[in-house]
Design a protein around this ligand. Sequence first.
Ligand SMILES: [Zn+2]
Length: 195
Amino acid sequence: MKLRRSLIALLSALLLYPVSSGIAATERGYLEPVIDRGMAFPILRTDWYSVINFRNDWHAPRMRFINGRWRQVGIHEGNDIFAEPGTPIVAIVPGRIERVGWTFYSGWRVGVRDGGGRYWFYAHMRRYAPDVEVGASVDSGDRLGEVGNTGYGADPGHHDEFPAHLHVGIQEPDGRWSNPYPLIKDLYKASVKGL
Ligand SMILES: [Zn+2]
């Protein structure tokens, strides 16, 4: 009886964790980040069914309902990647953490400055990874936090105003934001190549 039970456990483990993918699984079924040209797709993939969804939403109008009217409050200066709440967010490039904490629109956010002076901005997190603090160094693929839907509120922790996603922003050294989508798309393709 005991033998049969462990045999069943072994078989289910083999079915749940296919060894053919060539990508090592971490805790809770999250796969290790795939590093492509020194960079990582910022959302970890899973070996269970989950949806990662993004499109080129750079400069899409941002509307809010204020005093009974829809008003455009700005344009989108980044790329939104939709994923299950709690999915790990990792650093795209190496750098030093420059900002951590709450802002009205971005919720819990992290800003990383890379060696070339670009600022990499990750927003709407549910929670931070351990050791995420101003001044800490990160490598590409290092955990920054978890996908959430915090923001659009003054109170730290305010959430549920929109579906869970990661907002990625890239600010050039001259202060202008640039479109992350072409890079995100390439890194996504690299991340699924071995699956
Ligand atoms: Zn966004």
